[in-house]
Design a protein around this ligand. Structure first.
Ligand code: FAD
Length: 467
């Protein structure tokens, strides 16, 4: 059968990995087609992930800030929440970005094909869309089909009161009682939003700390604040039996300190994401897919089939948008003939909760497990004029140094804007900065960024009296 479309580069999936790859490939002169099963470009991140969640988290911070303002003599009264307007605000933010992407694709003459792609041979995919099936023939392909939420078995998923993150972002209503199953980044971000909107929130986490992956000390200020705000947090507890009843979702729990069975108006399941690698019939192209649905790649993002690349969530952890975009750019450049490979040392992680938690490079827990020789410089925000002015002294900045070279190898920050502050440390690690480089860099006063320089100075011993 003759192909309906021929191209030099085919990108499957228009998330942050896919659209970055497609735009870069087009900029490098490749005739590019971008296939996406949904009408809107942007993937999970723009449509049902990073962007809508941050728009709602902004609203949550405003609610809390307004409440806090009475401490300095300004009272606004209880918030009146118009859910329809909040939802349209979020949708407007998303729409602005996704329409922008469509414009950028057009500008570059990237052809967008709407539909679900599956491989039929090493150089062909079939795209099934609303206008029928199209056969696309390609020279190179970049698979960027992303991931989707884990659907825990045993939950009554056909009941709309059981939600995944996509459902929770729809903001159908503000449930009186919300259970969040899974205390990772996504679960805690949504707990932050719904708590601020007025839900009574319970979080259960199977492990012994919230946000597994981050150091325990970084998580504590967030856990303390959530508890103070009335969020019930149960660690080492499993949602065991979940039944949809007329009055609510009845959940019973397992674990040493498990709470009694409770009724909830809604349950958000946020226990991780699974890669979409197994749904593409990649075997027809000879591309290897692991049992769990990941597609293994080399340092150039090539799969075992040299003209087919894979990037983003479906090649492995961490499942983060900024990792996907870097991989997308690299894959496109390699496909266009550039001799490059993955060189990033670190990928920062951020929870946009309130306070934010951000970390990059080696964590203290990991360093201890591996018996690495490290030194730590920690600066408490209680000693930061800016943090005191903000009324947010619970934060701190922690830098981890290699004890022999004094090079920074890791960092963790908790407090407002931690996500912005961590970028400096990602750069410092990439550049192999030593403590003195960071300490001698003049940070503007009074900013939270000073805490980074100060933490390095604490490690160097050039400041000692913090209070
Ligand atoms: P995706 O964004 O998943 O895009 C894949 C695209 O491929 C989708 O549009 C899908 O429809 C399409 N597709 C799949 N199969 C096919 C097929 N067969 N044919 C055609 N199209 C197909 N990350 C951050 O870095 N920061 C954050 O703040 C953040 N917040 C998040 C909040 C939430 C609630 C969630 C769920 C995720 C969040 N993430 C965040 C993670 C981030 O969204 C992902 O890491 C990122 O979207 C991955 O990009 P990707 O290009 O690999 O795939």
């Amino acid at each position: 059968r003759k192909a309906d479309i021929e191209c030099q580069m085919l990108v499957i999936g228009a998330g942050p990995g896919g659209y970055t790859a497609a735009f870069r490939a087009a900029d490098l002169g490749l005739d590019t087609v971008l296939v996406e099963r949904y009408a809107s470009l942007g993937g999970v991140c723009l449509n049902v992930g990073c962007i809508p969640s941050k728009a709602l988290l902004h609203a949550a911070v405003v609610v809390d800030e307004a409440a806090h303002a009475k401490d300095y003599g300004i009272s606004f009264g209880a918030p009146k929440i118009d859910l329809d307007t909040l939802r349209s605000y979020k949708d407007k933010v998303v729409g602005q970005l996704t329409r922008g992407l469509a414009g950028m694709a057009k500008q570059r003459k990237v052809r967008v094909a709407e539909g679900r792609a599956r491989f039929v041979s090493p150089h062909e995919v079939e795209v099934e869309g609303k206008d029928g099936t199209q056969l696309i023939q390609f020279e190179h392909c970049i698979i960027a089909a992303g991931s989707q939420p884990v659907k825990l078995p045993g939950f009554p998923w056909d009941d709309s009161r059981i939600m995944d993150s996509t459902d929770a972002l729809m903001l159908a209503d503000v449930p009186k009682k919300l259970l969040v199953v899974g205390g990772g980044i996504i679960g805690l971000e949504m707990a932050t939003v719904y708590r601020a909107l007025g839900s009574e929130v319970t979080v259960v986490e199977l492990l012994d700390q919230l946000m597994p992956g981050a150091d325990k000390d970084l998580v504590k200020p967030l856990a303390d604040r959530l508890k103070k705000q009335g969020v019930a947090i149960h660690l080492k507890v499993k949602a065991a039996e979940v039944k949809a009843e007329k009055k609510g979702i009845k959940v019973s729990f397992e674990g040493d300190k498990a709470p009694e069975p409770m009724l909830f108006d809604r349950v958000l399941v946020s226990v991780g994401r699974v890669p979409n690698g197994a749904k593409l019939e990649a075997d027809k192209a000879g591309v290897g897919v692991t049992e769990r649905g990941y597609i293994p790649v080399d340092r150039q993002m090539r799969t075992n089939v040299p003209h087919i690349f894979a990037i983003g969530d479906l090649i492995g952890q961490p499942m983060l948008a900024h990792k996907a975009t870097h991989e997308g750019k690299l894959a496109a450049e390699v496909a266009a003939g550039e001799k490059k490979e993955w060189v990033a040392r670190v990928i920062p992680s951020v929870a946009y909760t309130d306070p934010e938690i951000a970390w990059v490079g080696v964590t203290e827990t990991e360093a201890k497990q591996k018996e690495m020789k490290i030194g730590i410089g920690k600066f408490p925000w209680a000693a930061s004029g800016r943090a005191i002015g903000l009324g947010r002294t619970e934060g701190f900045t922690k830098l981890i140094f290699d004890e022999d070279s004094h090079r920074v190898i890791g960092a963790g920050i908790v407090g407002p804007h931690a996500g912005d502050l961590i970028a400096e440390l990602a750069l410092a690690i990439e550049m192999g900065c030593e403590a003195a480089d960071i300490g001698h860099t003049i940070h503007p006063h009074p900013t939270l960024s000073e805490s980074v320089g100060m933490a390095a100075e604490v490690y160097e011993g050039t400041i000692t009296d913090l209070y």
